[in-house]
Design a binder for this molecule. Structure first.
Ligand SMILES: NC(=O)c1ccc[n+]([C@@H]2O[C@H](COP(=O)([O-])OP(=O)(O)OC[C@H]3O[C@@H](n4cnc5c(N)ncnc54)[C@H](O)[C@@H]3O)[C@@H](O)[C@H]2O)c1
Length: 294
């Protein structure tokens, strides 16, 4: 894990995080615990949830681990109840769990089955609905609360071969806005992040794979032995001298989960897009010049 400088910005905060056994959810669980939060660490994979909670406890933090499948409403409700029963309230619901569409971009659009469409929607769309619904049931009577949703750049623009995932993420983005509007008068705010780069390579691996904490870019470098070359390797115009990493996305989630964004609601931030969204699809190479065309 990256070393974080603790500011205690989550002192006395209670958070439920879904999909917290790996990737972005794990990064945030560990970070927010270091900053003083008490965390209900949940994941579909029971061992992952308990491993993360144990690691937090071992380093002096406060956490419990729970198996929660976000496609099962009663399990999401139980996670929220565990936060209230164990820590007294719920400040932050981080609806983060997600799965890719079957085939990871290799299945032609017209070949997707109904079951494949439903499977991805159940997690990344309906799971956000269940998470927001049960958080709201506790947050409304509290008179405060903060819901953060991990959507995706794929919910704003197409990922090739990911149609059912992209539409589900677009649904999650609409839920962010709907919840922000419907819940705001009870002191509840709702925002999302839409990651593109720097995300977990575990997302593309089976659920029994070891959680390695690396982004795709970091993993590709480790496997190839190549040095980072942003000009040739990174699709965005922003050329930094290091690969994008989970921490880059976790920083945006942390901003949304903290009081630093206290007056924001209904906003979805493209986190770690590298400037990619600033351009059209006209494929001019970076070194294109008019003179060369003469
Ligand atoms: N990795 C990417 O390419 C990428 C890009 C943009 C957005 N996202 C989104 O980011 C979020 C976090 O993903 P990540 O990149 O950290 O991947 P990850 O696979 O490392 O972590 C996701 C976790 O969610 C868990 N999970 C899967 N199905 C679940 C379910 N039904 N209920 C509860 N937990 C479940 C997994 O076991 C895993 O531990 C997801 O919403 C994902 O869609 C990922």
């Amino acid at each position: 894990m990256a070393a974080h400088t603790s500011t205690g910005r989550f002192a006395d905060k209670v958070a439920v995080i879904t999909g917290a056994g790996s990737g972005l959810g794990r990064e945030c669980a560990r970070w927010w615990a270091e900053e003083g939060a008490s965390i209900v660490v949940t994941d579909l994979v029971d061992k992952r949830a308990h491993d993360v909670a144990q690691a937090i406890s071992d380093t002096g933090g406060v956490a419990i681990g729970m198996k929660v499948d976000v496609t099962i409403e009663a399990e999401v409700e139980a996670a929220v109840r565990a936060a209230v029963d164990t820590y007294g309230r719920l400040d932050i619901m981080f609806a983060n769990a997600g799965v890719p569409v079957d085939g990871f971009g290799t299945i032609p659009f017209e070949e997707f089955t109904e079951a494949q469409f439903d499977a991805v929607n159940a997690v990344v769309y309906k799971g956000v609905f269940f998470s927001g619904k049960h958080a709201a049931r506790v947050m409304k009577p509290q008179g405060f609360g903060n819901i953060v949703v991990t959507t995706s750049a794929g919910g704003l623009n197409a990922y090739p071969g990911f149609g059912p995932y992209c539409s589900a993420k677009a649904g999650a983005i609409a839920l962010v806005k709907s919840m922000a509007f419907d819940l705001g008068r009870w002191g509840i705010r709702v925002n999302g992040l839409a990651p593109a780069h720097g995300m977990a390579v575990n997302f593309a691996l089976p659920s029994d794979a070891e959680v390695n904490g690396m982004s795709y870019e970091e993993a590709a470098l480790a496997e190839s032995g190549l040095a980072w070359d942003a000009r040739s390797m990174f699709p965005g115009p922003l050329k930094l001298n290091r690969p994008p990493r989970l921490r880059d996305n976790a920083g945006v989630a942390t901003f949304l989960a903290s009081d630093d964004s206290e007056y924001m609601s209904g906003v979805v931030i493209p986190s770690c897009d590298g400037g990619n969204f600033a351009r059209t699809s006209i494929p001019f190479p970076d070194d294109w010049s008019l003179e060369d065309q003469a």
